[in-house]
Structure formats: structure tokens, C-alpha cells
Design a protein. Structure first.
Length: 327
């Protein structure tokens, strides 16, 4: 039996733990649930004597003294990035870290597939036309099958999207400086230079927010996209030159499905993104599904428990060696 400290508000706990998982954990372990408000002092109190500290969105940054001698041996983060939660020093040599980012990736992959099909088949145009009383506007949708798809970044979200593209027999190209040719092939893609990837019919962005990725999709690369091309960004807005993107979409030459924006929450947009059907805008919800959120707590806690039992590093384990290039 382990002691699990749930450093999240009651509302968040309901969001990321389905009832069956919650009941199973309480039956097998000592589980301490936080009460709102949740601040550093409450986290310290919860963590005292705990084996696993379970966190999520809304958990304050973890003070280093929480992990002094006798502190939690693992942090299971039922959310995505942990970079706002723990320091670099804590990630390297501190407790074992587990993040639900790889589970969220599946939800993001579904979003990318859904937006790709929606935009290719011109669903938005058909919906607007039908509602306006017009029948079959002068526009025809395209199929995904056999198209060339460019993937920028080999993250877990990219891998999920590639897995979902497999039945469509697309020609997948991927750019990632940390990916080998064999590893790309294992994902069902061909490793290619960024310029070649950006020349695909459909381009999907999957890079973390790092100094090296900001603005990497610049004006020249966007100009290299073919007429009628589609850009999907469910990763980080600043990876794409925003001024160049607005020009390309505003001209009608390419279209875009955007789930991330330079400043969030985004409540107003340039006219080039709102005056026609050349873009699809969503409020940073690519990874937000009912089933996905309910699975997050069990996903990371299960891996943390297995690690304490056997030392096995499950899919949610955060490797300190990859901290600098992770999202």
C-alpha cells in the first residue's frame, strides 16, 4: 500500500479521475484528497509522508523543500507539460516524474484528423451554404486518401496523428532534427528537410515551445506551401510566423486550422481569419475531450505505482535526458 497525495482541487480531481479509478485507488492505497484553495502550504502539508504526489492543472509550482528527505518519490502529473510545475534541477536528480502528455496526444491526434477531414471536405462551406438556403455551392471537397502530409516535429502528438493517418495511405513526410531515418520509417513516415515537408498538401505543426522552434515556420516556408494547402497548428502558435500566416490565409492561397494563438485566451482575431471560410479556429481544445480527461489520473498514477513496485518506466515517464527538448 502506498500513500497518494492528490494536490489538485476537488473540481479538478473529478475532471481527471473517473469514478471507477478513484474507487480502486482508495480501496488499495491511502489516498489524501486536497481541499480548495490549493496553495504552496497546502501542497507541503499534503506531500508530507506521501509516496506519490499527484498534480494537475491548477497545482502551484512545487517548492523544492517538498522533496526533502522523506518527501514523495514520484510526481504523477495528470496534465501535459511539467515545466511550469518543477524546476530543471528537480527534474534532474529529484523524484521520478510522470506526465499524461502522451495520453493527451491521442486526443490531439484525433483533433488533427478531424480538422483535416473537415477542411478538405469543405464541411464549413457546405454548412453555411445550406443554412443560408443555397444548395450545393460552387465548391467541391477533396479526399485525404493518397495526399502528401507534412509533419513538423516528431512529438507524441505527431505520432498519434500519424497512426490515425495510416488507413488513408497518405505519403507522410516528417521533419525532426532528433529523429533518425529508421525511427521515422517506424512511424510510417519519411524523414525529410523542413522545406520539403512544408511543400506538402497538408502540414501539421507538432513542436514544443523552445527558442529554436519560435518562428521556425517562416514566411519563405509558408510561401512554399502549394496553392490550396492546409496548415494545422495544435502545438504552439509562436512556431509559425504569425504575420506571414495572416497574409497567406488572408489572400485565400492557403487555409489554416488553428487551435493555438500568440496570446490566450484569444477573444478577437484579425479579419483575415474571420471574413471567410479559409480558416477553422478553436480555443486550445485539441487535447480536451471528456474521455481523455477522465483517463489522465489513472494513466499517470498507474505508471508511478508500477515504477515504485518494479522500477519499470511506463509511457508517461519523463526522461530527464529529454527535458530540454520536451514540450
Amino acid at each position: 500500500m502506498y500513500r497518494l497525495a492528490m494536490a489538485m482541487t476537488p473540481e479538478r480531481a473529478t475532471d481527471v479521475f473517473d469514478p471507477a479509478t478513484r474507487a480502486a485507488l482508495e480501496a488499495q492505497h491511502e489516498v489524501i484528497w486536497a481541499q480548495a484553495p490549493l496553495d504552496e502550504d497546502e501542497v507541503r502539508s499534503l506531500a508530507a509522508g506521501a509516496d506519490i504526489l499527484v498534480t494537475s492543472w491548477g497545482t502551484p509550482p512545487l517548492p523544492a523543500d517538498v522533496f526533502a528527505e522523506g518527501g514523495p518519490r514520484a510526481v504523477a502529473h495528470a496534465a501535459g507539460t511539467m515545466k511550469n510545475l518543477v524546476t530543471v534541477e528537480l527534474a534532474d536528480g529529484g523524484p521520478a516524474l510522470f506526465s499524461a502528455a502522451s495520453r493527451i496526444a491521442w486526443s490531439v491526434g484525433e483533433y488533427c484528423l478531424a480538422t483535416t477531414l473537415t477542411m478538405l471536405r469543405r464541411v464549413r462551406e457546405y454548412d453555411a451554404s445550406t443554412r443560408a438556403g443555397a444548395w450545393r455551392p460552387e465548391v467541391r471537397g477533396r479526399e485525404l486518401r493518397g495526399r502528401r502530409v507534412g509533419i513538423v516535429g516528431g512529438s507524441s502528438t505527431a505520432r498519434a496523428f500519424l497512426a490515425m493517418l495510416a488507413p488513408f495511405q497518405v505519403e507522410a513526410l516528417i521533419y525532426d532534427p532528433f529523429l533518425t531515418t529508421d525511427a521515422a520509417a517506424g512511424l510510417g513516415a519519411q524523414l525529410a528537410p523542413l522545406a520539403e515537408v512544408m511543400a506538402a498538401d497538408i502540414v501539421s505543426i507538432h513542436v514544443p515551445d523552445l527558442p529554436s522552434t519560435r518562428g521556425m515556420t517562416d514566411a519563405d516556408l509558408l510561401a512554399a506551401m502549394p496553392d490550396g494547402g492546409l496548415l494545422i497548428n495544435s502545438a504552439r502558435a509562436l512556431a509559425v510566423d504569425q504575420d506571414a500566416l495572416l497574409r497567406e490565409v488572408g489572400s485565400g492561397r492557403i487555409r489554416a486550422a488553428l487551435d493555438v494563438f500568440p496570446a490566450e485566451p484569444a477573444t478577437s482575431f484579425p479579419q483575415s481569419l474571420t471574413d471567410d471560410h479559409g480558416s477553422l479556429l478553436t480555443p486550445h481544445i485539441a487535447g480536451d475531450t471528456l474521455e481523455g480527461h477522465q483517463a489522465l489520473g489513472g494513466y499517470v498514477v498507474g505508471d508511478a505505482l508500477a515504477y515504485l513496485d518494479t522500477g519499470v518506466r511506463g509511457p508517461s515517464y519523463v526522461d530527464p535526458a529529454n527535458w530540454s527538448i520536451s514540450a
